[in-house]
Ligand binder design. Structure first.
Ligand SMILES: Nc1nc2c(ncn2[C@@H]2O[C@H](COP(=O)(O)OP(=O)(O)OP(=O)(O)O)[C@@H](O)[C@H]2O)c(=O)[nH]1
Ligand SMILES: Nc1ncnc2c1ncn2[C@@H]1O[C@H](COP(=O)(O)OP(=O)(O)OP(=O)(O)O)[C@@H](O)[C@H]1O
Length: 225
């Protein structure tokens, strides 16, 4: 015979589960919309550069909303409280976009053009191009907040924007693979090789930039930073 109280408990907990699922869907939806706003801003800049200056400073754009698994993992790793408000304020890379530029100059220029826009608020900047990480990682990271207008009103959504060059991206994607292959415990000699490869990538960036300046000459219509 079934215990009526047990039945009631099952009903209550499945309703609670449904509410949690809805809240989680809404939580991620806001980040999707925030990301869409930034993607639009970047593609407008890209098209304008192409049409007005016959120059494309962006080689590649990729974006992602953090997967639920990766989010849960990060919450656990960082010991963050598991309510939505705590996660919202502690994790600022749930929505992320990576802009791979041709040259270092372009990475700074695009960051400046994005962050100067009236509706963008800069929450944090980590300039790993000026100050690379000890392993050799380079990129310019900017956490911006962009307003999203929902039927319930305005929400300001944080988006992590990473600016880097092709050489920096090449290095970072290989390092990322190695890091996970060795389960975050990369052998010392491989770390040294990676650091060496990062230095080579930086030299290549500097040489390409010099060459580009030589063949380019002054770019008419460009607003200097
Ligand atoms: N391949 C690679 N990517 C990195 C490295 N450091 C940072 N990143 C990328 O940049 C993101 C944010 O890094 P940081 O700006 O240092 O942020 P953080 O808050 O100090 O680090 P997290 O808490 O892990 O996000 C990471 O999630 C990676 O995508 C690195 O050493 N190698
Ligand atoms: N801002 C970003 N823009 C675009 N892609 C990103 C960004 N940040 C990370 N990625 C990529 O998204 C994929 C999934 O990454 P994931 O969110 O699981 O972890 P992570 O951001 O690299 O690390 P962590 O969990 O420590 O923050 C990886 O290929 C990663 O390189």
């Amino acid at each position: 015979m079934t215990d009526p109280l047990d039945d009631q408990q099952i009903t209550v907990s499945s309703a609670a589960l449904r509410a949690l699922r809805d809240e989680f869907q809404r939580f991620l939806m806001e980040y999707r919309f925030g990301l869409a706003e930034i993607e639009t801003k970047i593609s407008i800049l890209r098209e304008e550069f192409q049409e007005m200056h016959a120059y494309n400073p962006i080689e590649h754009v990729s974006s992602r909303v953090k997967s639920p698994d990766s989010l849960v993992d990060k919450v656990r790793r960082k010991g963050i409280e598991t309510d939505f408000d705590s996660i919202r304020s502690a994790i600022t890379d749930i929505a992320g976009i990576r802009i791979t530029c041709s040259f270092v100059d372009d990475a700074y220029r695009l960051s400046d053009l994005l962050t100067r826009q009236d509706d963008i608020t800069v929450r944090d900047v980590k300039d790993y191009i000026a100050e690379p990480k000890a392993n050799g990682y380079k990129s310019l990271h900017v956490i911006v907040e962009v307003p999203v207008y929902l039927s319930t009103g305005r929400v300001d959504v944080p988006v992590e924007v990473q600016f880097r060059t092709i050489a920096m991206d090449f290095w970072a994607s290989l390092e990322h693979k190695i890091y996970y292959k060795y389960d975050r415990l990369v052998p010392q000699e491989l770390l040294a090789e990676l650091k060496n490869a990062a230095d080579t990538a930086s030299e290549l960036d500097a040489r390409m930039e010099r060459l580009h300046r030589e063949i380019r000459g002054p770019r008419p219509g460009f607003v200097p930073l």
